[in-house]
Design a protein around this ligand. Structure first.
Ligand code: H2U
Ligand code: ZN
Length: 346
């Protein structure tokens, strides 16, 4: 059989969302020519007087950050969701709206202004994972969906280079969560197995989209990846939430996160921008066996540290599209070293 997947325009189905992505492999010149064009990266100080996330500094609401060590979490001073929004509904034929309650938290990964997760050591990354777990437990008591994410880099509209992420929790299922919930539920009802468990098993057997793995985790460029270097991080056993991980799996998670992020930085010799986030089983929904914990990484870069992909035109109006294939992206990421380029002698 001719492998049409590497030769002709086709649409791949995203089994997790039920949506298609258009792949145009015939348009791709070699995506990876080892081209590294470093924009001048200005070294940041370990502490910045003007940074509202650094220890001891003032935030916009007049509060002062503690002299924290490790991880520091606080309620976003400009929260997009409020815990006390009064319950209100509008339901009128074509006009529907519902007040939503929620909370927005900011999580500083490190007191060091100049680090990123990729450059932090495993023990410190583990403290971030532990905080994600604590927040999941706490927010899950009140809210249906706990969205942990990191928006990294100016290219992603991140306002501050201090290593930090956010957690938004709300008492509703957002669009992406709803799509993944119904796809996973339908698969589980038909097969009595979690969709992503079966999916990973096949990816591990095929190998072509696997970037790296350890005893408990694997990272693949998903078959249906829409963004050039999009990846999916998955546990190797059925796990519904971050809070279900064993001590060993948690440690192993810091290992694979570190290794993936170093590879990303090495790809274009730049502090790699991305939006990443965890999808875990919703709360207060009844059965959740169909859910499999996973993290998505959505980087915007296409060809170098400065050439990005834009979601415009056909993509905005019809569906997402990519030129080089997910398999080619996996090759490029697999070829990267796991020693950070800033540390490797040249
Ligand atoms: P991003 O750059 O990833 O958007 O994160 C910064 C967040 O920090 C942003 O959501 C919040 C902003 O609302 N913030 C505070 O909570 N307090 C401040 O003093 C400034 C910014
Ligand atoms: Zn800072």
């Amino acid at each position: 059989m001719m492998n049409f997947l590497s030769a002709v325009p086709h649409r791949r189905l995203n089994a997790l969302t039920g949506e298609c992505v258009l792949v145009s492999p015939h348009r791709a010149k070699r995506p990876w020519q080892g081209k590294v064009e470093s924009p001048s990266e200005i070294a940041r100080p370990a502490y910045d007087y003007g940074c509202y996330l650094c220890p001891n500094n003032l935030r916009a609401n007049g509060e002062r950050n503690p002299n924290y060590d490790g991880v520091f979490v606080f309620d976003n001073d400009f929260a997009a969701l409020l815990p006390d929004a009064p319950a209100q509904t509008l339901s009128n034929k074509l006009f529907h709206a519902q007040a939503v309650q929620g909370r927005c938290r900011v999580i500083c990964f490190s007191p060091r202004h100049d680090l990123t997760l990729a450059e932090m050591n495993e023990a410190d990354i583990q403290r971030v994972v532990a905080e994600w777990q604590r927040e999941t437990i706490e927010l899950g008591k009140t809210y249906q969906w706990v969205q942990i994410f990191e928006n990294k880099g100016e290219l992603m509209g991140c306002s501050n280079p201090h290593p930090h992420g956010q957690i938004w929790a709300l008492n509703a299922l957002p669009n992406e969560a709803r799509k993944e919930d119904s796809q996973q539920r339908a698969y589980f009802e038909a097969n009595r197995r979690a969709l992503l468990c079966d999916y990973l098993e096949q990816e591990l057997a095929a190998e072509e989209r696997v970037i790296l793995q350890n005893a408990h985790w694997a990272v693949v460029v998903p078959f249906w990846a829409a963004h050039p270097f999009e990846t999916l991080l998955l546990p190797k056993r059925a796990v519904q939430r971050l809070t279900d991980l064993s001590e060993l799996e948690t440690r192993s998670l810091s290992d694979i996160l570190k290794r993936l992020l170093v590879r990303y930085d090495n790809l274009f010799h730049t502090s790699f921008p991305y939006s990443m986030g965890w999808h875990q089983a919703p709360f207060a929904m009844g059965g959740i066996e169909h859910w499999q914990l996973h993290a998505h990484f959505y980087p915007p870069l296409l060809r170098s540290a400065t050439v990005r992909k834009f979601i415009v035109g056909f993509e905005l109006l019809a569906e997402l599209q990519r030129d080089f294939t997910p398999e080619q992206a996996a090759d490029a990421l697999r070829a990267q070293s796991e020693i950070h380029y800033k540390l490797s002698a040249e």
